[in-house]
Design a protein around this ligand. Structure first.
Ligand code: GLC
Length: 544
């Protein structure tokens, strides 16, 4: 592949501090071989699209050998590519092309649990109680006279008990699906194995890691009860996630692991980074995962969870910036990912949800720090709410009735009929069906169309990359006085000022004194001395 405008990678070791990272859910991005499942060759074909979109890096969800019980978050071989996604040679070709286009590659590391098909777990089952093979996982005896009750009251995030009993009577822990047994990170062999896995991918040239369930690897000594369970309260334990302390999450010793990983990352050139998917009780505890001795970033899920209100966004932004400043790390911003309902739908769905999602994009991309864009949000894709139950594949669905499949529907690239160019020409297969209404949302349908969501993202990303006030992480934000319900902040650098205004007030807002609009989610009417910003709208203004 030859790039029309090759952009060499910069050697800036701090590239991640203000990057825009595009999340590729590999199964659903692009299918090069026509089997209905996205693959690495499909990503490779569409790298020029991502370069032109204007992102800096891709985060690829797990593409390793896996039985795919949890879409690849159940890894059977951490050093190989699942045949449905391609081969290591495809990976090398993809990363080589990405780098030559100026795009960095972040891969997903799943250290909390393996697949039950991983050779370690297979060996653990065969070896029996008390063996070194079992000691890599959390096997223990049950409660009750004959050990017939689970060892404690822990619940799986996917519903039901977090313990499964094996034939010889022992139980093993799985915070997720029974096909995802938790590793025992107090075992040095486990630590050594993952340090080696990090090096394996760093040697292959990856620019960073997204650490899955980064808060989960250490469990409290003695495996104590939570004392709050569906059995006793009728409410699921997972409701405490991010709100209270759980004996299986955010234990202090987990930080030792990251303190050991950081020197490994730092020993490679070019700024190799890691971002934690971590849930903690408070923003202060979350901030402990980041800093010069641990990981580089943690996802700021409070931003994703903020409701569509100025107060909610303002509070989350202020807290995140303050916490990040204390640890000297940039904050991150994220609106959607493969686990959450797409934000178009969360913000009200239909035209209202889309307007708000577009406005939220301008808000996010104007903030200092690193922004994560989930594939398809640049097209304004909504959640697919009406997938037939029998097609849903999320393992949580059978256990809780809740499913994350609706945000994982394959990307529409072009054409009038499903699967809209997801596969090679003439191929209609896709592992989840795209709605009949998505032709107008495809990349081809939006490319070059003024006002389309795709062109809005492209324009905002172009300005973010080139405008002195946004291009560097350095320019902090200053909140400006505005009517209630209107968010307005500016960033200043190099003699020019960029102001972002989002109107969540419920009435049109008169905006004056910030200069000329440079990008807006819709054309703005002039008022003589300023502009009128409609309801649920956003714009950036510039003063030089
Ligand atoms: C993370 C992933 C999610 C997965 C879970 C278990 O939360 O984002 O998709 O199901 O970990 O690995």
């Amino acid at each position: 592949m030859t790039a029309s405008h090759p952009t060499p990678l910069t050697d800036d070791p701090d590239w991640w501090r203000s990057a825009v990272v595009y999340q590729v859910y590999v199964r659903s991005f692009a299918d090069a071989n026509g089997d209905g499942v996205g693959d690495l060759a499909g990503i490779r074909q569409h790298l020029p699209y991502l370069r032109d979109l204007g992102v800096d890096a891709l985060w690829l969800t797990p593409f390793y050998t896996s039985p795919m019980i949890d879409g690849g978050y159940d890894v059977a071989d951490y050093r190989d590519v699942d045949p449905s996604f391609g081969t290591l040679t495809d990976f090398d070709a993809m990363i080589g092309d990405a780098h030559s286009l100026g795009l960095r590659i972040i891969v997903d590391l799943v250290p909390n649990h393996t697949s039950s098909a991983h050779p370690w777990f297979v060996a653990a089952l065969a070896a029996g109680p008390g063996s070194p093979e079992r000691a890599r996982y959390l096997f223990t005896e049950g409660r009750g006279e004959r050990g017939e009750l689970p060892p404690n009251d822990w619940e799986s995030i996917f519903g039901g008990p977090a313990w499964t009993r094996v034939e010889d009577g022992q139980w093993y822990l799985h915070l997720f699906d029974p096909a995802q047994p938790d590793l025992d990170w107090r075992n040095p062999e486990v630590r050594a194995e993952f340090e080696d896995i990090l090096r394996f991918w760093l040697d292959r040239g990856v620019d960073g890691f997204r650490i899955d369930v980064a808060h989960g690897m250490i469990k409290a000594e003695g495996l104590p009860d939570v004392g709050f369970s569906t059995m006793t309260t009728g409410r699921r334990q997972v409701e405490l996630l991010g709100k209270g302390r759980l004996p299986y999450f955010d234990q202090d010793e987990v930080h030792e692991i990251y303190r050991a990983w950081r020197p490994i990352l730092d020993s490679y050139p070019g700024g190799r980074m890691a971002v934690a998917e971590a849930w903690a009780e408070t923003p202060q505890r979350l901030a402990r995962y980041i800093g010069p001795n641990e990981l580089h970033q943690a996802f700021n899920f409070d931003f994703l969870d903020a409701t569509w209100s100025a107060e909610s966004f303002r509070k989350v932004i202020d807290t995140a910036l303050a916490e990040a400043a204390i640890v000297g790390a940039p904050t991150t911003w994220v609106l959607s990912n493969h686990d959450k309902q797409r934000h178009v739908t969360r913000y009200g769905d239909g035209p209202d949800g889309l307007r708000r999602a577009r406005a939220a994009a301008l808000l996010m991309l104007a903030l200092p720090g690193c922004a994560y864009v989930y594939q398809g949000e640049e097209l304004g894709l909504p959640e697919v709410l009406d997938l037939p139950d029998e097609l849903r594949q999320d393992p949580a669905f059978r256990r809780t009735g809740e499913s994350r499949d609706g945000c994982r529907v394959p990307i529409p690239w072009g054409g009038d009929l499903p699967s809209y160019g997801f596969g090679p020409q003439g191929c209609e297969l896709s592992w989840l069906p795209a709605p009949a209404t998505w032709a107008a949302l495809s990349v081809a349908a939006q490319t070059g169309v003024p006002g389309s969501t795709l062109e809005l993202y492209r324009e905002a990303l172009r300005i973010r990359r080139t405008h002195p006030a946004l291009a560097s992480e350095g320019a902090g934000i200053s909140w400006l006085e505005a009517e209630p319900g209107v968010l307005a902040f500016s960033r200043t650098a190099g003699g020019s000022e960029l102001t972002c205004v989002v109107n969540i007030s419920g009435v049109p807002a008169h905006v004056a004194g910030y200069g000329e609009p440079v990008v807006a989610i819709e054309p703005l009417a002039g008022t003589g001395d300023g502009h009128l910003l409609p309801v649920d709208s956003a714009a950036w203004f510039e003063r030089r």
